[in-house]
Structures are given as C-alpha cells and as structure tokens.
Design a protein around this ligand. Structure first.
Ligand code: NAP
Length: 284
C-alpha cells in the first residue's frame, strides 16, 4: 500500500482521497485542514485517514497532495519545506493553472515534486466520485514523478497524460478558451439574436441545437472539415453586413479577431483573392 497524505481536504482533496482509498492501492495517512472539525468531516467522507489541523501531526507518506486554493499553494509549500521529508517523498499539487515551481521550496529540500490536474469539476465530492471515471489527468514533473502520479491517476479511474515541460500555461489557456469563451460566445450570439427580434425565451432553442451540432462536428471531424458559413465560402459581402450591425466596439473587435482565425482555418478552401478580401474587411 502506498501512503497518501491530503493537505487541504476540500472538494478535490476529499474526492481524490476517497477514490484512492477505494482503489485498495493507497493508504490515506493524514488529512489536513485549517480546522480540525473540517478535517474530521473529510475523514468521515473518505472513510479513511487521520484528521490533522497542523503540519506536525502529518505522518510520513510516500505521496502528499496539496489541494488548497491555488493562491495558497506556494505559501503552504514553503511551510511544508520546513519539516523533515523521508527519502522518496513526492509532493504534488492539483492546480490547472499553477506551475510546478509553486513547489520550489520543497524541491530545494530534495523532495520530488509534481502536479496532477484532473480536467473535471469537483463541485460536490459525493457526486464527483460517482462520475469521475475516465477523466483526463494532466501530469507534470520529471519522469519518475510522472510515473508515480500516472499510477495514482489510473488507480482513481483517471486517464493520465503528460504535459510538455513549461506547458502549464498553454494547457490552462486551452481549457479556458474551450470552456469560458464558449460561454462568452453564447452570450454574444444571444445578444445578436435579440437585436434581430428573437424573443428571450426562444434564444436557447434557436442557438442550442446549432451550437451542439457544430461542436459535435468540430470534435468528430476536426475544425477544418466542420467549418461552414460565409468565411469558408469566401462571401465578403455577408461578412460586411454582419460587421455593419455590430454596434458595440468590443463585439466588432471580437468578430474581426475570430473572423481572421476562421480565415486561417479555411485557408485551404479559399482562393487567394477571396482570402485577401476577407482579411482586408476583417482588419478594419
Ligand atoms: N474543485 C475543482 O473542480 C478542481 C478541479 C481541478 C483542480 N482543482 C484544484 O484543486 C485544488 C483545491 O481546490 P478545491 O476546489 O478542492 O478547493 P476547496 O474546495 O476550497 O478546498 C480547499 C481546502 O484547503 C483547505 N485549506 C485552505 N488553506 C489551508 C491551509 N493553509 N492549510 C491547510 N488546509 C488549507 C481548506 O480547509 P478549511 O476548510 O479548513 O479552510 C479546504 O479544505 C486547487 O489547486 C484547484 O485549482 C480543483
């Protein structure tokens, strides 16, 4: 059995601990929160481990997960670096945006460090553990750390993959664009539909099926093959008419920027004259 400490037993920490304990391959050691009552509640959920409220109470374990809010990881790593770490200890965080160097004070003490980021929303631990299976888990660290974290990711039902060194920012930007900007695009499309007189209540029914179908096509066929519409047809006149009704400068700027990326995506299907005309119209 591999020992696993949990420092920060919130939504992710509790869920990972529960799944690791349930795999039969990990023994949950210490479960640390700032308040002992919260650590005890986490231990009750996980069904394993010893509740702690200070670092000194943490037992030695091969693996220690730091699952506190991102802004606190560096300070916690600095505080944890002050304790003695047996040879072979690996400390890892679960942040999607945070780099490995958040754990630099531990690395400086010779502790192995890594990151395991599940691309999953742990809104509520009981629901999370029931639906986690198959979740992609991004790993960061040296070869040995990545191998140990891949073993944990598989044990909890995840699908591990490794990021390129220094790839954390691009990885997190990819997730943010895919998730957050999709919401922003939905809002922009909804505003335009309302400008056209579509009743509020009818907007989801108008946009939803088209958006879902387009997303499914883009994922199944690839973005180039899934692209339809005026840009890939080289229809500069329609693009100009769209721009003419975008009253908000921010909306027009977003349309032009995304339009230029769309021209690049359509490049293989556009002749040179159409491409140049589109880019000229989208530059203004
Ligand atoms: N939630 C998600 O969907 C998700 C998904 C992927 C990755 N992550 C990553 O997972 C990490 C944890 O996120 P979360 O959503 O699980 O956070 P969370 O639910 O807010 O839980 C944070 C936990 O950290 C504890 N904590 C805070 N400061 C502490 C300290 N100084 N010492 C010890 N414990 C401390 C809190 O304990 P108290 O209650 O006692 O304050 C709480 O139990 C973050 O790096 C986040 O980016 C989260």
């Amino acid at each position: 059995m591999i020992g696993l400490n949990i420092v920060g037993a919130g939504r992710l920490g509790q869920s990972v601990a529960y799944l690791a304990a349930g795999s039969g391959r990990y023994r949950i050691g210490g479960v640390l929160c700032r308040s002992l009552a919260r650590a005890e509640a986490a231990v009750a959920f996980v069904g394993a481990g010893a509740a702690c409220a200070d670092f000194a109470a943490l037992p030695d374990a091969e693996l220690t997960l730091i699952a506190v809010p991102d802004a606190r990881i560096a300070a916690l790593a600095a505080a944890l670096a002050a304790r003695d770490w047996p040879a072979g200890s690996l400390v890892f965080h679960a942040s999607g945006a945070g780099e490995l160097d958040l754990l630099a004070p531990l690395a400086a003490r010779g502790v192995a460090v890594g990151c395991l980021h599940p691309a999953f929303s742990f809104a509520e631990p009981a629901r999370a553990v029931a639906t986690f299976a198959g979740t992609p888990c991004a790993l960061d660290g040296d070869d040995a750390a990545v191998a140990r974290l891949a073993e944990l990711a598989c044990a909890i039902g995840g699908a591990p993959f490794r990021l390129a060194p220094g790839g954390k920012a691009a990885y997190h930007a990819a997730l943010s664009v895919a998730s957050n900007y999709l919401v922003t695009l939905t809002a922009l499309a909804g505003r335009l539909a309302k400008d056209a007189g579509v009743p509020d209540a009818a907007v989801p029914g108008l946009l939803g099926p088209l958006m879902r179908q387009t997303l499914e096509n883009a994922l199944a066929l690839g973005p180039e093959a899934a692209l339809t519409g005026p840009i890939v047809r080289g229809d500069v006149g329609t693009v100009a008419r769209h721009l003419a009704v975008l009253a908000e400068p921010g909306d027009a700027a977003a349309y032009r920027a995304l339009g230029r990326l769309t021209v690049a995506l359509a490049d293989g299907k556009l002749d040179g004259a159409a491409r140049d005309a589109l880019l000229a119209r989208l530059a203004r």
